[in-house]
Unconditional design. Structure first.
Length: 154
C-alpha cells in the first residue's frame, strides 16, 4: 500500500488573515476539497493520519478521520518551513498506508529529493492546494510517485 502526501486544501489568502498564520482555517472551497480527498482515500483503507501542526492541514484530514475512525496526529516534520531533507527521512520511516498532510514549501522539494534518490515520477507534477502525491515503496526505497490533481469543486 502506498503512502499519501497531501497538500492542504484551500485556506483563503494569507495576506487577509490577521492572526497567527498557523491558525488560518480552511475556507468553504477547502472544506469541499477536504471532503472529496477523504472519500477518495478512505476507499483505500489508510492506516494512519499525520498532519502539520498548522490548522489548515489538520482540517484537511478531518473528513478522512471521520470516515475511517482514525485520529489525526500532528508532527513538526510536516510544518511549513521545515527542512525538506529531515522530512524525507521522517517520511521514509512511516508505515504503509499513512496519509501525511503538509505545505507547498515542503512537498515539491521532498518530491525532488526522492527523485534524486531514484524515485520515478509518473505523469504530471502537481503541488497545488488539495493535490495528493501517491508514493510507492519497494523495501525502504520510494520507487514511484504519481499525483492526483486537486478535486474539481464548483
Amino acid at each position: 500500500m502506498p503512502l499519501f502526501l497531501v497538500r492542504h486544501a484551500k485556506a483563503g489568502k494569507r495576506s487577509e488573515w490577521k492572526e497567527d498564520d498557523s491558525t488560518r482555517p480552511l475556507d468553504e472551497k477547502g472544506w469541499a476539497q477536504a471532503n472529496a480527498i477523504g472519500v477518495r482515500i478512505a476507499a483505500l483503507s489508510p492506516t494512519s493520519l499525520v498532519s502539520s501542526p498548522f490548522l489548515r492541514c489538520s482540517q484537511t484530514l478531518e473528513p478522512l478521520a471521520t470516515l475511517t475512525g482514525l485520529t489525526v496526529r500532528t508532527d513538526q516534520h510536516l510544518a511549513e518551513g521545515t527542512d525538506f531533507l529531515q522530512c524525507v527521512e521522517w517520511l521514509s520511516a512511516l508505515s504503509e498506508g499513512t496519509v501525511a498532510c503538509s505545505h507547498g514549501d515542503v512537498i515539491p522539494p521532498v518530491i525532488e529529493a526522492l527523485e534524486r534518490r531514484g524515485m520515478q515520477v509518473e505523469g504530471m507534477r502537481d503541488s497545488r492546494k488539495a493535490s495528493v502525491w501517491v508514493l510507492e515503496r519497494e523495501g525502504d526505497a520510494f520507487v514511484r510517485g504519481t499525483v492526483w490533481a486537486p478535486p474539481k469543486i464548483d
